[in-house]
Design a protein around this ligand. Structure first.
Ligand code: ARG
Length: 463
C-alpha cells in the first residue's frame, strides 16, 4: 500500500497499525469542509505565485469533481486512504497529475484537519441552536395555550405553592436560552482559521493565511501556529455545552415521565410520541422522555472523556487529537434527535388541567399566603409562620378543615379565609418574575422577544 508519507519508509504499514489509526470510517463527514478549505488554500497559493492561475484552475476543477463524487457517492475510496483529507488529495492527484501533487504545498494535515473541523463545528453549533429555538417555541406555544391554568409547584418533590403551568413551562424555556447563549458564544470563540499554521511552525513559503481565513468566512486568523494546531478547546466547549443542554432535556424528560404516570396524571402523551410494551397490552410508555434522560449520561461521558484525552498532551499536534471527532459527531447527532423528538412530544401531549388544579387546591397550599396576610397586619413573619404552622398541624391532627380554624382564629378571621378559596393563592404572586398571572403574561412577552433576538444571533449573516 502506498501512503502519502511513504517516502521515508522502506516498509509498508502493518495491518494492525492501519486498522488502529485510520479515521476514514468516521471523518468522511468533513469531506465538504475539506473541499471548501482546500479551494481557499489553492487560491491562496495562486495569490502567492506558488501556483500559476492555470494550475490553480486545474486544482479547483478537480476539487469540484471530488465534491460531486463525494456527494453522489460515486467516490471510490482505496485501502491507502487514511482519512478523508488524504483521500481527497489522492483523488485530486489522480485527476490532475503533477499539478495535483502541488495541492499540499505549504499545508499540513494538522492545520488542514483543524480548519475543516472548525468549519463543521460552526455549522453544527448553528444547527443545534436552531433546534433548541424550535423546542423553546413549542414551550412558548404551550404556555400561551394553557393561559392561567395552575398546578402545584414543588420543592423536594413535595407540593409547595400553586404556580401557573405556563410559569413552569417557561422555566425550562429560560434554561434553554442559556444553552443557546453558550452555543453562540462557543461559536464566536472557535471562529478562527488555522490554515497557514502548517504542521506546527508556519511556513517558509509566501502563503496568505489572512486572505484564506477571510475567504472561508472565519472571523479571524490564528495568532500562534503551535496553539492553533493543537487547540481543541472548541471541541471540549461544544461537548460541555451539549452535555449541559442534554442535562436540561433530561430534567424535562424526568418530569414528563412523572407527570404521565397514573399517580400524577398531569399529562397524556399522544400515541405517535409514546411506545407500547411487547408483553403488557395496556402499556403506553414515555420512551422519548426516558431516552432524553438516558442520553444525558452519554453526553456527559463524551465531555468528560475528551477532557481526559486533552489533559496530558504536550504541544503541539499529537495523534490523540484524532479522538476529537467521534464524540462530537455523536453528541451533535444525539442532541438533535432528542430535541426533535422531545419537541414533538411536548407539542402533542395533553395536559389534564382539572387534575393539576385539583392537586394544587389543598387549603394548605395557601399557608404562606395566610402568613403574609398576617405580616400585612403587622405580625413579624417568623411569628406569623408559627401561627399558620400550628393551624396546619391542628387541622391535620383533629381532621378539622383549615377554613374553620382560620375563621375562628383571633388574628385571622373571615377576611383571611378568602385566601383559601380555590385558585386564589396563585393570583397573589405579583412580584416580577413570580407566578402571578399578570407577571407570567409579562414574562411570556419577554421570552418571546428573547426568542426573536436569539434567532437573529444564531442565524449566520450569510444565510
Ligand atoms: N485523521 C487525523 C486527525 O484527524 C489526521 C492527522 C494526522 N496527522 C499527522 N500528523 N499524523 O487528526
Amino acid at each position: 500500500m502506498t501512503t502519502l508519507w511513504h517516502g521515508r519508509f522502506a516498509d509498508g504499514p502493518a495491518e494492525s497499525l492501519w486498522q488502529f489509526t485510520v479515521s476514514l470510517p468516521f471523518d468522511q463527514l468533513l469531506g465538504p469542509d475539506d473541499i471548501v478549505a482546500s479551494k481557499a488554500h489553492v487560491r491562496g497559493l495562486v495569490r502567492g505565485a506558488l501556483l500559476t492561475q492555470r494550475e490553480g484552475d486545474t486544482l479547483l476543477a478537480a476539487l469540484d469533481q471530488v465534491a460531486s463524487e463525494l456527494s453522489d457517492n460515486s467516490f471510490k475510496f482505496v485501502d491507502s486512504d487514511e482519512d478523508i483529507h488524504t483521500a481527497i488529495e489522492r483523488r485530486v492527484t489522480e485527476m490532475a497529475g503533477d499539478t495535483g501533487a502541488k495541492l499540499h504545498t505549504g499545508r499540513s494535515r494538522n492545520d488542514q484537519v483543524a480548519t475543516a473541523f472548525r468549519l463543521w463545528c460552526k455549522r453544527a453549533a448553528t444547527e443545534v441552536a436552531l433546534d433548541v429555538l424550535a423546542l423553546q417555541n413549542v414551550l412558548l406555544g404551550r404556555a400561551a395555550e394553557v393561559g392561567n391554568a395552575y398546578m402545584p409547584g414543588y420543592t423536594h418533590l413535595q407540593r409547595a405553592q400553586p404556580i401557573l403551568l405556563a410559569h413552569h413551562l417557561l422555566a425550562h424555556g429560560w434554561a434553554l436560552s442559556r444553552d443557546v447563549d453558550r452555543l453562540v458564544d462557543a461559536r464566536t470563540r472557535l471562529d478562527v482559521s488555522p490554515l497557514g499554521a502548517g504542521a506546527l511552525a508556519g511556513s517558509s513559503l509566501p502563503l496568505d493565511p489572512d486572505g484564506v481565513a477571510e475567504e472561508l468566512g472565519f472571523a479571524r486568523c490564528f495568532d500562534n501556529s503551535l496553539d492553533v494546531t493543537s487547540d481543541r478547546d472548541f471541541v471540549a466547549e461544544l461537548l460541555h455545552t451539549i452535555a449541559l443542554l442534554g442535562v436540561h432535556l433530561s430534567r424535562i424528560g424526568e418530569e414528563v415521565v412523572l407527570w404521565s404516570t397514573e399517580e400524577f396524571g398531569f399529562l397524556k402523551l399522544a400515541d405517535a410520541y409514546s411506545t407500547g410494551s411487547s408483553m403488557l397490552p395496556q402499556k403506553k410508555n414515555p420512551d422519548i422522555a426516558e431516552l432524553a434522560r438516558g442520553k444525558a449520561g452519554r453526553l456527559i461521558g463524551h465531555a468528560a472523556g475528551f477532557l481526559a484525552t486533552l489533559k496530558g498532551l504536550p504541544l503541539a499536534y499529537n495523534r490523540d487529537l484524532q479522538e476529537d471527532k467521534e464524540p462530537l459527531f455523536d453528541a451533535v447527532d444525539q442532541i438533535r434527535l432528542a430535541l426533535a423528538a422531545l419537541g414533538g412530544l411536548l407539542a402533542t401531549a395533553t395536559f389534564d388541567l382539572p387534575r393539576m388544579a385539583d392537586a394544587a387546591d389543598a387549603p394548605s397550599a395557601a399557608a404562606v399566603d395566610l402568613a403574609e396576610w398576617l405580616v400585612e397586619q403587622g405580625t413579624p413573619f417568623r411569628e406569623a409562620h408559627a401561627v399558620v404552622g400550628a393551624i396546619v398541624r391542628d387541622s391535620l391532627d383533629r381532621h378539622v378543615p383549615m377554613a374553620e380554624l382560620v375563621e375562628a382564629h383571633p388574628n385571622l378571621g373571615p377576611d383571611a379565609v378568602a385566601l383559601l378559596g380555590i385558585g386564589v393563592a396563585v393570583t397573589r404572586r405579583q412580584t416580577p418574575g413570580g407566578t402571578g398571572p399578570d407577571q407570567v403574561a409579562e414574562q411570556r412577552k419577554r421570552f418571546e422577544s428573547r426568542l426573536r433576538i436569539d434567532v437573529e444571533r444564531v442565524t449566520p449573516p450569510s444565510a
